[in-house]
Design a protein around this ligand. Structure first.
Ligand code: HEC
Ligand code: HEC
Ligand code: HEC
Ligand code: HEC
Length: 169
């Protein structure tokens, strides 16, 4: 009996070590970011996002007009890859469209206040930040590079969707 107990203790110990080292960052959805990123002081990132079409990019595939042209659009990977980019990695968030985490990385680990408060800790826990305008543009172009044959004016587009934290006085 003692032997069985010992083996199971060792087993549990090994499993916890393995899970500690293979910690995965998971997608949590925009509602989780909203809790802190909605106030004037923080920069209203959530309400700003909600006003823009990135929050409605999946809905765009469900209109009567689209249905007439591409009946399977809401399930078609050829549309989903830009309009519902998490459709494979986090199918339950498919309908949320181009959410925060599409650009900032999966938030399960960095969304804790104690981690978010430190830029360095947040980045270690999966937060993606961009060092330059070039790097931002590259991210946009993963979807906007002549999408629907339309050219992309990066400066104008970024002006529309940027959401900075206000300068501290
Ligand atoms: C518990 C509160 C909280 C939650 C939840 C939260 N954040 Fe934050 N976040 C903060 C705070 C506080 C800061 C620091 C802001 C500052 O610099 O004043 C921050 C900063 C950031 C920054 C800027 C980092 C930098 O240094 O430039 C990004 C990007 C960000 N959060 C994205 C997200 C995303 C995406 C989510 C959802 C997955 C999220 N946050 C969830 C509180 C939170
Ligand atoms: C390469 C990325 C990409 C793919 C693939 C893609 N789209 Fe789009 N789609 C976009 C972007 C970006 C816009 C916004 C263009 C703009 O406003 O400048 C857009 C706009 C639209 C709009 C207009 C929505 C509105 O609010 O006016 C519809 C409808 C649409 N796409 C349907 C589709 C369908 C259906 C498919 C699949 C057959 C598809 N898209 C595939 C990126 C893509
Ligand atoms: C994962 C794909 C994806 C990425 C990455 C992406 N977009 Fe979009 N964007 C879309 C889609 C899809 C639409 C069209 C949504 C619709 O019309 O319903 C869109 C629409 C827009 C629009 C027009 C709608 C509006 O609200 O005015 C702007 C501006 C825009 N994107 C800017 C950007 C910028 C700037 C970046 C980079 C920081 C970026 N996008 C990154 C997919 C993406
Ligand atoms: C289309 C891509 C995209 C989406 C969607 C997006 N962001 Fe960002 N976000 C960026 C980029 C690019 C920057 C500026 C460059 C950087 O990361 O340093 C930024 C900056 C920020 C900052 C820091 C601003 C500063 O002044 O330092 C915060 C906080 C933030 N985002 C939170 C959010 C939250 C919360 C959401 C969802 C409600 C969101 N973002 C959605 C691309 C995006």
């Amino acid at each position: 009996m003692k032997k069985v107990l010992l083996i199971s203790i060792i087993g549990i110990f090994l499993i916890s070590i393995i899970s500690l080292f293979s910690q995965e960052f998971n997608y949590v959805g925009a509602g989780k970011c909203k809790i802190c990123h909605k106030t004037e002081k923080q920069g209203k990132q959530f309400p700003l996002w909600q006003k823009r079409k990135h929050s409605k990019s999946f809905a765009a595939l469900t209109t009567e007009e689209v249905k007439a042209k591409v009946p399977d659009a809401p399930d078609n990977p050829e549309c989903l890859k830009c309009h519902a980019p998490l459709f494979e990695k986090a199918p339950e968030l498919k309908e949320e469209g181009v959410i925060c985490e599409v650009c900032h990385g999966p938030g399960s680990m960095y969304k804790k206040l104690s981690i978010m408060k430190s830029r360095e800790e947040a980045v270690k826990n999966g937060l993606i930040l961009y060092e330059s305008a070039e790097a931002i543009k590259k991210q946009c172009l993963t979807c906007h590079d002549m999408a629907h044959e339309k050219p992309f004016d990066f400066e104008a587009a970024w002006e529309k969707v940027k959401h900075p934290v206000p300068e501290k006085q």
